[in-house]
Design a protein around this ligand. Sequence first.
Ligand SMILES: Cc1ncc(COP(=O)(O)O)c(C=O)c1O
Length: 220
Amino acid sequence: MGVTMTMPRRVALLEWARAEKAWILEDDYDSEFRYAGPPLTALAGIDGGDRVIYIGTFSKTLFPSLRLAYIVMPIAARAAILAARATLDRFTPVMMEKAVAELMADSTFSAHIRRVRKRCVAARDVVANTLVRASKGALRVEVPTQGLHLTAMLPRGVPAAAADRARSAANVVASLISEARIGRGDSDGFVLGFAGHALANLEEAAARLGRSARQVVDEG
Ligand SMILES: Cc1ncc(COP(=O)(O)O)c(C=O)c1O
């Protein structure tokens, strides 16, 4: 969910941060997985190194248990960030850093991302199509052009308890929109990851969820 901010809004946000001397934390955790349209410039790239603290991770591009991430920070924020880092854990996994640096230097990493990106598009499309087909239209799928998750929305008025029932019956791991929403809303749905599993397993899981969504909708 969420939106891609237009360039005027991005510039306005940066101007606000400059005026207020505020920091913007740019959590850019999956922008390598962009499937359509021009690449998006990170706020940190527009900012020129002044107010944006940019955070990236290898959790999505490689794997989460690697526990490797990186920060590009304005000089003015450096001392505070290093102090905070030191209170958490003074040592980074140097061996892994060097191994990943090697993968990046010899272009293995970029080739890997290109390969995985294609797989993700295939996985996204299989999951989206299967959800729509198996739910006989009970789920409205928003097919994302970026990232590793999609949303599948139930019709308006289906209560959270029914969405929860469909999730349990399908035996899938998914967040419900109602679990993350702050304000009131009258439609619920599922946030579904489509990376990290074989296509056949994703298809099967999507079929189960589609069928159970249809069932809770039919039951009213
Ligand atoms: C919103 C968000 N930011 C960042 C990350 C990456 O976190 P980490 O590098 O600790 O795995 C994730 C991972 O799922 C995430 O969902």
